[in-house]
Design a protein around this ligand. Structure first.
Ligand code: AP5
Length: 215
């Protein structure tokens, strides 16, 4: 069995990061995530590319998409060195989907389907370790000691784009730009839509079965 090429799609807060970490661990593949890559390079100078803003930070904090040229280059570089991968956060519009088709072939396309009310609760309640990036939730996934990461003892903080105003914009950007990407992949042989409105372990059981069935 070769290392699987997995694409995971879903709205902000659908659980892509949570399930991708499990996929990477179980199947021994790389977790390629544009969100983490951009957060690590928020102040990268893109002024020579002639976009509205000079760094990714302004786009991300507002919940808007970072320009395609910046994100396409990050993904192309990451996929070129990965045998198997789970790709999370890309493509987010049909232009990026077209770029991806020139870079790689996908075995499995997972779609995590979650209602909008649940997405808002998950995002506004998320807390993230500012050292190691582990995700928590004030209600659904609490650390042993409030405000402190179980994994590394780091401080738990709220992402700038998890403020209510940004969350609303991110969900609107998803409906307009990324829902058409999900519709586009509906015809792919490896497409599986999963009810993501359940607890993480129940979602994981379906995610693992879908990858096993298409690899
Ligand atoms: P990115 O970091 O990719 O954010 P996102 O897609 O908005 O996704 P999230 O990380 O918010 O959610 P997730 O689905 O991973 O959910 P998670 O597992 O954390 O992108 C951030 C920004 O970067 C974008 O807005 C954009 O500006 C830019 N960007 C990124 N990619 C780009 C691209 N391709 N093009 C242009 N710009 C790009 O879970 C969320 C919470 O819910 C957690 O607290 C978790 O503990 C909890 N949770 C998870 N699963 C469950 C469950 N089953 N039940 C209950 N709680 C759960």
């Amino acid at each position: 069995m070769s290392d699987p090429h997995v694409l995971i799609l879903g709205a902000p807060g659908a659980g892509k990061g949570t399930q991708s970490a499990r996929i990477a661990d179980e199947f021994g593949v790389e977790h390629v995530t544009t969100g983490d890559a951009l957060r690590a390079n928020k102040d990268m100078d893109i002024s020579d590319m002639d976009f509205e803003y000079d760094t990714p930070r302004e786009y991300m904090e507002a919940g808007d998409l970072v320009p395609d040229a910046v994100v396409n280059a990050i993904v192309e570089e990451a996929l070129s060195s990965a045998d198997g991968y789970v790709l999370d956060g890309y493509p987010r519009n049909l232009e990026q989907a077209e770029e991806l088709e020139g870079m790689t072939e996908l075995d499995v396309v997972l779609h995590l389907d979650v209602s909008r009310d649940e997405l808002v609760d998950r995002l506004t309640g998320r807390r993230v370790c500012d050292d190691c990036g582990t995700n928590y939730h004030v209600e659904f996934d609490q650390p042993e000691t409030e405000g402190v990461c179980d994994e590394c003892g780091g401080d738990l903080v709220q992402r700038e784009d998890d403020q209510p105003e940004s969350v609303k914009n991110r969900l609107d950007v998803f409906d307009e730009n990324t829902q058409p990407v999900i519709d586009h992949y509906g015809d792919h042989d490896g497409f599986v839509s999963i009810d993501g409105d359940r607890a993480p372990d129940a979602v994981w059981a379906d995610v693992r079965d879908a990858i096993d069935a298409h690899n």
